[in-house]
Design a protein around this ligand. Structure first.
Ligand code: RP5
Ligand code: MG
Ligand code: MG
Length: 279
C-alpha cells in the first residue's frame, strides 16, 4: 500500500487550516512520533449537526467496526483501531484530527460510477491512440463545485442504501441533473439508464480513497464500478447535464495524463487495463 498523499495536502479543503506536516516515514501509526501535534478541525457544516452527520464523540455511542443500525461503520480495510473513542485512519497520519468536512467518524462510504464508451470518428469507427495504438476510452467526468477538480460523479451511500442504487442515483444527480427534472423527465432518465446500471458492471476497486478531506479520525472509502456502453447506444445518447455538486459534465478521454480528484485516475487506469484500452 502506498502512503496517502492527498490526505496530507498542506491546507485542509474549504478552510485555512494547515495540516501538521507528516513526512512519508512518519505516516504509519507504528512509527512512534512524540512530537506529532496535529490540529483538530471539524468544519462548521458538520458542527451545526445536519441529519446526515454523526454527533461529537462522547455525545453518542457509535458501534465502530460494525453495522450500527443502518450506518455501516465497517471498513473495507479490515478492523480499524479506536483510541480514546476515536477511530484511527487505517492508512496512518494526516496532520489533522476531528472530522473536517466528513460527517462520519471512521469510514465514510461512497460509490463511484465509471461510465465509459469507445471514442469513435464520424463514421463510428474506434479511434486508436497514435502512441499506444490502442483504442481510446471516454468516461463521464464532472467538475466538482467544491474544488474545481475533474472527478468521477460519485457520492455518499445513504444509510441502508444498496451500493448498486447509490451508483445509479449519483450518476443521475450529478451527470444527468435528475434532481432538477420533473417527475416525468426523471422517470425517462431512470428508464434509459437502468439497463446499463442493471448490468453487473466491472468492480474496479473497493477500499480507502486518498481524499483531501480525510483526517486522522474520518476517511473516505468507495466501491468503484465500471459500466461500459460498448455499442455507444445507451448512455452515450443521453444529453449530459451537470447537477447537484457538479458544476460541469462531459465525456473525457481516458489517458495517463489525467489529473483527477482523490484517487480517481488510479481507478481509470484499472478500467483501461481491463478493457485493453489506451492509458
Ligand atoms: C471521493 O469522494 C469518492 O471517490 C467519491 O467520488 C466522492 C464522494 O463524495 P462527494 O462527491 O459526495 O463529496 O472520495
Ligand atoms: Mg452527489
Ligand atoms: Mg459527489
Amino acid at each position: 500500500v502506498c502512503p496517502h498523499i492527498k490526505s496530507r495536502c498542506p491546507v485542509y479543503p474549504g478552510s485555512k487550516i494547515k495540516r501538521f506536516s507528516v513526512p512519508d516515514d512518519k505516516v504509519s501509526w507504528g512509527q512512534s512520533w512524540p512530537q506529532y501535534s496535529p490540529v483538530s478541525y471539524t468544519d462548521p457544516s458538520i458542527t451545526k449537526k445536519p441529519a446526515w452527520a454523526d454527533l461529537d464523540v462522547g455525545a453518542f455511542s457509535p458501534k465502530f467496526n460494525a453495522l450500527d443500525g443502518k450506518v455501516d461503520r465497517t471498513s473495507f480495510e479490515g478492523n480499524y483501531t479506536v483510541e480514546k473513542g476515536k477511530p484511527l485512519n487505517p492508512r496512518g497520519r494526516t496532520g489533522v484530527t476531528g472530522r473536517g468536512l466528513l460527517g462520519r467518524w471512521g469510514p465514510n462510504h461512497a460509490a463511484d460510477p465509471i461510465v465509459t464508451r469507445w471514442k469513435v470518428d464520424a463514421k463510428g469507427k474506434k479511434i486508436s491512440h497514435p502512441a499506444s495504438k490502442k483504442p481510446v476510452l471516454q468516461f463521464v467526468s464532472i467538475k466538482r463545485k467544491d474544488c474545481g477538480e475533474w472527478a468521477i460523479p460519485g457520492g455518499m451511500v445513504d444509510p441502508g442504501e444498496l451500493v448498486s442504487l447509490t451508483l445509479q442515483r449519483e450518476f443521475s444527480e450529478e451527470a444527468l441533473n435528475s434532481l432538477a427534472a420533473s417527475p416525468a423527465e426523471r422517470a425517462k432518465i431512470h428508464e434509459r439508464i437502468t439497463k446499463l446500471f442493471k448490468s453487473p458492471g466491472f468492480q474496479v476497486y473497493k477500499g480507502y480513497v486518498d481524499d483531501p478531506r480525510n483526517t486522522d479520525n474520518a476517511w473516505m472509502e468507495t466501491v468503484a464500478v465500471n459500466f461500459h456502453d460498448d455499442e455507444g447506444s445507451s448512455v452515450s445518447e443521453l444529453p449530459l447535464q451537470a447537477g447537484d455538486d457538479a458544476g460541469q459534465v462531459r465525456w473525457v478521454d481516458v489517458d495517463s495524463s489525467l489529473s483527477l480528484y482523490a484517487s480517481h485516475s488510479h481507478f481509470l487506469e484499472m478500467v483501461a487495463k481491463e478493457r485493453h484500452a489506451h492509458w
